[in-house]
Design a protein around this ligand. Structure first.
Ligand code: LLP
Length: 425
């Protein structure tokens, strides 16, 4: 459920009419709903009720400072994967004890930054990383709390580019070597082993892979305890999928996912962490764009929008589906016509969808891409010198620009001319 609904035939974000925002900020733009973000965080929090737990919002999905501030205010923890994200978390008000650091390539600088600024734990992904982290922590005179990410070799049945839990993926250590690697970690002076981390992929629409992975984690917990490790925290992922295509069967609910966690690892007495990104932010945001032209081609028509692949790359990158709706609702009974929806960027990959049945539209009409709150703005670029588009947050009747559109001068002036080219034009 989200808070982007038609009222009197006009799409609203909570109580704000989308055309009102479009008039204020210009198109294209992203708009997020506070109510939906809040609701989705709480669904996870409630799904784990009864367990000692922390929902750590994976900010890679949407790291706008206002979204982070909202998450912090709700009591979330946060999952970061770079020094930049760590800094964002601190700037939004997360204390170190609510920041988890994930990722396969943490650098010494990032380790030092978080060891000095405060960290809940590092999810360590390899032996060289373990050794470096121990060295950095020892040099600083502290001990780094760690989990080790195990790769359970489970097929998450998701898009190949976002599956992370198969043995051929770059993530974690093979679960078959876990006991040996944990022994190694325990021997390093700068580390304190506190738990196990697992993550099998994103946009999972089936609970079975979670069940398989977490069952393996439960077995491993028991084995590692026998080996003398004090395993007291489990960081569990895979990201639960969202209904991108509303006409399809809906993916499982957070509550059902919570049941899987309780069934598989609930009796171990461990603190449970989860790291959802997409389910919290995805359906909490839409991308609003204007029609520039409707062009008739040979045998097909094109809806040319002012949004492009640089603003929302998911269709070009993963062949992802986003529902596209007119901001002004088509009257009941309107005949739909198949049309290719494209952006102005000079490559054929800049196609959001082909032959999508849509109501007739004309230049200037507004359209909205649904489910664009996660991996939308964060993956945008300025390809074709198209400025990053504004982000807007709605709260009831209010809305605020939470990231403004840069000016062209700002974009151009980020580049500098080397001295030997000065005066040459
Ligand atoms: N934790 C870890 C270690 C992850 O690798 C990810 C996602 C998450 C948490 C959050 O997963 P979520 O709840 O969002 O599924 N750009 C792609 C998605 C990449 C996800 C990568 N890792 C997309 O647009 O579909």
């Amino acid at each position: 459920m989200d808070h982007f609904l038609y009222r009197d035939g006009i799409l609203h974000a909570e109580d704000v009419a989308i055309p009102e925002i479009a008039a204020a900020v210009g198109t294209p733009f992203y708009v997020y709903s506070t109510a939906t973000l809040t609701r989705h965080f709480r669904l996870f929090d409630e799904a784990l009720a009864g367990l000692d737990h922390l929902v750590c919002y994976a900010m890679k999905a949407n790291s706008n400072q206002a979204v982070l501030r909202l998450m912090a205010s709700l009591g979330a923890g946060v999952d970061v994967v770079s020094g930049g994200e760590y800094r964002r978390a601190k700037a939004a008000g997360f204390t170190g004890d609510r920041i988890v650091f994930s990722g396969v390539g943490k650098t010494a600088e990032e380790m030092e930054l978080s060891l000095t600024g405060g960290i809940r734990q590092f999810n360590v992904e390899s032996e060289p990383e373990m050794e470096l982290l121990s060295e950095v922590a020892s040099r600083l005179g502290v001990v780094a709390p760690i989990t080790i990410r195990v790769n359970p070799d489970v097929d998450a049945k998701t898009h190949e580019k976002i599956a992370t839990g198969k043995s051929e993926n770059k993530f974690g250590i093979p679960i078959s070597r876990a006991r040996e690697v944990y022994a190694h970690a325990a021997s390093l002076p700068g580390l304190e082993v506190i738990g196990i981390d697992v993550h099998i992929g994103s946009q999972l629409t089936d609970l079975e892979p979670f069940e398989l992975a977490y069952t393996k984690v439960a077995e491993l917990t028991r084995e590692l305890r026998v080996d003398g490790h004090d395993i007291r925290r489990l960081d569990l992922g895979g990201g639960l999928g969202i209904p991108y295509e509303r006409s399809n069967k809906a993916p499982p609910l957070p509550m059902e996912y919570g049941e899987v966690i309780k069934r598989t690892v609930g009796d171990l007495g461990c603190e449970i962490e989860i790291e959802p990104g997409r389910l919290i932010a995805g359906n909490s945001g839409i991308l609003v764009s204007s029609v520039i032209y409707v062009k008739s081609g040979e045998g097909r028509d094109f809806l040319i929008l002012d949004a492009a692949m640089n603003d929302l790359i998911r269709p070009a990158m993963y062949g992802a589906w986003h529902d596209i709706v007119p901001v002004k609702e088509a009257p009941a009974g309107t005949e739909l016509h198949p049309i290719d929806v494209v952006g102005p960027v000079c490559e054929t990959g800049d196609t959001f969808t082909r032959q999508r049945p849509l109501p007739p539209m004309v230049s200037g009409d507004l359209v909205a891409f649904r489910s664009a709150g996660a991996y939308g703005a964060v993956m945008a670029s300025e390809y074709n010198t198209r400025p990053l588009i504004p982000e807007v947050l709605v709260h009831g009747h209010q809305f605020a620009v939470i990231r403004s559109r840069p000016t062209f001068d700002e974009i151009i002036n980020r580049d500098t001319i080397p001295q030997w080219l000065e005066g040459s034009a």
